[in-house]
Design a protein around this ligand. Structure first.
Ligand code: WTA
Length: 630
C-alpha cells in the first residue's frame, strides 16, 4: 500500500516527479513487486516503430504477485465474491488461498491438454469465477489468453480464433442472463466449423444439453478431477505477451491489442489503488464484463494484485428488477462501485423508487467508465446513489492504454461533473490541432495524444505490427493518438468529448462504423451502406444506418428486419442498428468519398446546419435523405 497517494499536494508532487524522472518513478513502484530477476533497463522506447519495452531483462510471473506474494497475509481474505444472475441462487466467496488452488489445478489441467507457454487460449465464457480462474491459469503457465465477450456471434468468434490461431477454447454450456438461458457452447460449435481448434473445455453452468465432440471437447469438472493444485509458475520475461484483446477501430476488422506482462501488472495495480483509494477490507465491485478491458484490468488483475476483494456479477442491472445493483451493494456491503454511464442512464429512467429501501451506506466511491458521462447522469449518480457523499471517479482510458489514464483520485482530486479531471502520475497528455501542433496552456480543445510511454500501453496489434503503427503512431509524429477529442478548461481539467474517428460508442461498447457496414453489406439485397452514430438517451450513441437496397420482392419493413438480423448474426446483438433508413443514394464527393458529416447531421436531426454541400456529386440526394429521415 506504500504507493498510495493521500493528498492533492502529494499527487501534484508525485506527478511532477513522474514527469521529470519517469524511470526512477516507475522503478520505485515496480520494486514493490515480486521479481524472479530484477530488470536491467527500466525503459527503452521509440514511437516511430513503435518499440516500447518496460523493465527489460526482468523475470516474473504475474500470478506469483497475486498469490505467493500475498498469501501469507491474505490467504483467508475473500478474493472474489460472486453474485449469480438469480438472486435466489447462493453467492460464492472464494478466498485468495482457494483461488490460488483453483488456478493451480486448472493450470495443470491445461498443461495436461498440451497447452504450452506462448499458446493462445480463447476464453468465451459467462461472468462466473471460472472465467477469472481461466485467465489466471493461462497467465500461470505463460499461455496468452484472449477473452471474447460471450455476446459476440459465432462469426466474430471464428474471426478471432483464426486471427490469433488459438489452440484451445474455454467455454460453458450456457449462460444465464436475466430471464434468459443462452446457449454458449452451441455458438462455439458453429464457430469451430470455420475455425477449428484442438481442444474445447466446457464448464457446466446451466445444465442445458450440448454436443460433445469426442477427443476435442471435455467437461471442465472432468479435466480437473484428481488434478493437483500445486503448480510451478512459468517464469516470464517482462515483455512476454500476457493477453490479446480484440477491439474495434475505424477499419473493418477488429484488431488484437497486445499487452505484456510486467508493465501491465505494475500499472493496473498502481492505478487501481490510487483511483479507487482501496483500503484493506474494502469490498470493490466493477460491473463490467470480463470480455472488455475494464473487466481485465479492474475486475481481475488490478484488484487481485492489490489484494482486494472483487465482486463479480453474472446478471444484468434490471433483473429481477431495476433495484438489483442496489440489492447487491447492500448484500455485500460494497465500498467502491464502478459502472458505465449507460447503466446509470438506464436505471435513471426507472426513477428513484427501485433504490428506496436499500442500504447504500457502505458506498465510499463511485466510478464511471467507457463513455462520456453527461452532467444529468453524473448528478443523479452523485445524489441518489452516492447520497452526495461519495466522490465520482470519471475514468478515461482505452483497451490500448491497459489502465486508467485520466481520472480524479477518489476523495483527493476535486471533481467536476463530466470531467475526467487530471492525468495519473506518469501520464503525459498532449492536445494537438489537426496539423499536429501542440496546444499549450489552458482553455484549449483538440485531439488527445500521449507523448511519453506508460507501462501498460499497447505493444502491438497481434500478427500485424504495421497496423499498430498506422493506427496509433502515424497520425502525429512521436505521439500515441487516442482517437478522442478533448478540452482542457481554464483550471487545466480535462473533459473527453468523444471519438473523432469512425468509431462509435454504443452503451460503452466500441464499434467501428466500417465493421457494421461490412456486416450490413453481407445481406444479399444490400448494394451499399453508410453507418454513423447519433445521440441516444440511454446508449450514449445509437447506430444509424443508411442503406441502398435492391427492393425487388421485398417490403421496406421486411428488409430492415432482415438487415438487423444479419448484423446480429455477423457481429452480435450489440451491433444491431437502432435505425435503418433505405435511401436512393449516398452523399458522395466527386472523388467518390461518402460525406459522413452530412449523414451525421441528418441522423442528429440538425437539419439546418448541414454546411457546405456544393462539393457533392449529387446535392439532391441530401434532400431525399432528409425527407425519408427516421
Ligand atoms: C471512451 C474502455 C469519456 C473513449 C475503458 C475511448 C470515455 C473509448 C471514457 C475506449 C470516459 C472511455 N469519458 N469517454 N471516462 N472512458 N471512453 O477501448 O472514446 O472499450 O477512446 O475502453 O471509450 O473504449 P474501450
Amino acid at each position: 500500500m506504500s504507493d498510495r497517494l493521500h493528498t492533492l499536494s502529494g499527487y501534484l508532487y508525485e506527478y511532477q516527479k513522474s514527469i521529470a524522472q519517469p524511470e526512477e518513478f516507475w522503478s520505485r513502484i515496480a520494486d514493490s513487486f515480486f521479481w524472479r530477476k530484477r530488470w536491467t533497463k527500466t525503459l527503452k522506447w521509440n514511437f516511430q516503430e513503435p518499440d516500447v519495452r518496460w523493465f527489460e531483462g526482468g523475470k516474473l510471473n504475474i500470478t506469483e504477485n497475486i498469490f505467493e506474494k500475498q498469501l501469507f497475509t491474505l490467504g483467508e481474505t475473500p478474493a472474489i465474491i460472486w453474485e449469480p444472475n438469480d438472486p435466489h441462487e447462493a453467492s460464492r466467496t472464494i478466498t485468495y488461498r482457494e483461488l490460488f488452488e483453483e488456478v493451480g489445478r486448472f493450470a495443470n489441467a491445461l498443461k495436461a491438454k498440451g497447452v504450452q507457454k506462448g499458446d493462445r487460449v480463447i476464453i468465451y465464457m459467462p461472468m462466473i469465477p471460472e472465467a477469472a480462474i481461466a485467465m489466471l491459469a493461462c497467465a500461470r503457465i505463460g499461455a496468452v489468453h484472449s477473452v471474447v465477450f460471450a455476446g459476440f456471434s459465432s462469426t466474430s468468434l471464428a474471426d478471432r480464433i483464426l486471427d490469433c490461431k488459438a489452440k484451445v477454447i474455454l467455454t460453458s454450456d450456457g449462460n444465464f442472463r436475466g430471464n434468459k438461458k443462452i446457449g454458449v457452447k452451441a455458438v462455439v460449435d458453429e464457430a469451430l466449423e470455420k475455425a477449428p481448434v484442438e481442444t474445447v473445455i466446457v464448464y457446466k453452468r446451466t445444465g442445458q444439453e450440448v454436443f460433445i465432440t469426442p477427443k476435442r471437447d471435455f467437461w471442465w469438472h472432468e479435466v480437473i478431477e484428481g488434478v493437483s493444485s500445486t503448480n510451478k509458475a512459468e517464469v516470464m520475461d517482462a515483455e512476454d505477451m500476457l493477453f490479446i484483446l480484440y477491439t474495434s477501430g475505424s477499419t473493418g476488422k477488429p484488431k488484437g491489442v497486445v499487452h505484456t506482462t510486467a508493465g501491465y501488472m505494475v500499472y493496473t495495480k498502481y492505478s487501481f489503488e490510487n483511483v479507487f483509494q482501496y483500503s484493506p477490507g474494502d469490498v470493490y465491485w466493477c460491473t463490467a464484463d470480463i470480455g472488455w478491458i475494464t473487466g481485465h484490468s479492474y475486475i481481475v488483475y488490478g484488484p487481485l494484485l492489490a489484494g482486494a476483494t472483487t465482486v463479480m456479477f453474472e446478471g444484468v442491472p434490471t433483473y429481477p428488477d431495476a433495484g438489483r445493483f442496489w440489492a447487491i451493494v447492500e448484500k455485500h456491503k460494497v465500498n467502491q462501485f464502478y459502472t458505465a454511464p449507460t447503466a446509470i442512464r438506464a436505471l435513471q429512467a426507472f426513477g428513484t423508487e427501485p433504490i428506496e429501501g436499500y442500504d447504500l451506506s457502505s458506498l465510499k466511491v463511485l466510478g464511471s467508465v467507457g463513455e462520456p458521462i453527461n452532467e444529468e447522469a453524473w448528478h443523479w449518480y452523485h445524489t441518489h446513489i452516492g447520497k452526495g457523499k461519495c466522490p465520482i471517479v470519471d475514468t478515461w482510458w482505452q483497451t490500448e492504454t491497459g489502465g486508467i489514464m485520466v481520472s480524479p483520485l477518489a476523495g483527493i482530486t476535486p471533481t467536476k461533473p463530466a470531467y475526467a479531471t487530471l492525468p495519473l502520475p506518469g501520464i503525459q497528455l498532449c492536445i494537438v490541432d489537426s496539423e499536429g501542433n501542440e496546444l499549450t496552456g489552458n482553455g484549449v480543445e483538440g485531439n488527445l495524444c500521449i507523448k511519453f510511454p506508460w507501462p501498460s500501453m499497447i505493444r502491438t496489434t497481434y500478427g500485424d505490427h504495421e497496423r499498430c503503427r498506422q493506427t496509433y503512431f502515424s497520425t502525429y509524429k512521436n505521439m500515441y493518438f487516442t482517437g478522442d477529442g478533448v478540452k482542457r478548461d481554464h483550471d487545466g481539467y480535462y473533459r473527453i468529448l468523444g471519438r473523432v474517428d469512425d468509431v462509435i460508442n454504443v452503451s460503452g461498447h466500441r464499434m467501428g462504423t466500417a465493421e457494421v457496414e461490412n456486416a450490413i453489406n453481407e445481406h444479399p439485397k444490400v448494394i451499399e451502406s453508410a453507418v454513423v452514430g447519433f445521440p441516444h438517451e440511454v446508449k450514449g450513441q445509437g447506430i444509424y444506418a443508411y442503406v441502398i437496397c435492391d427492393m425487388s420482392n421485398r417490403t421496406e419493413d421486411n428488409l430492415i428486419n432482415e438487415i438487423k438480423d444479419t448484423v446480429s448474426k455477423i457481429i452480435g446483438p450489440i451491433a444491431k442498428p437502432d435505425k435503418i433508413q433505405i435511401v436512393p443514394g449516398l452523399p458522395k464527393t466527386r472523388s467518390g468519398k461518402i460525406m459522413r458529416r452530412i449523414l451525421r447531421k441528418v441522423a442528429e436531426g440538425a437539419l439546418d446546419s448541414m454546411g457546405d454541400t456544393s462539393t457533392l456529386l449529387d446535392p439532391e440526394v441530401v434532400e431525399k435523405i432528409i425527407e425519408g429521415r427516421k
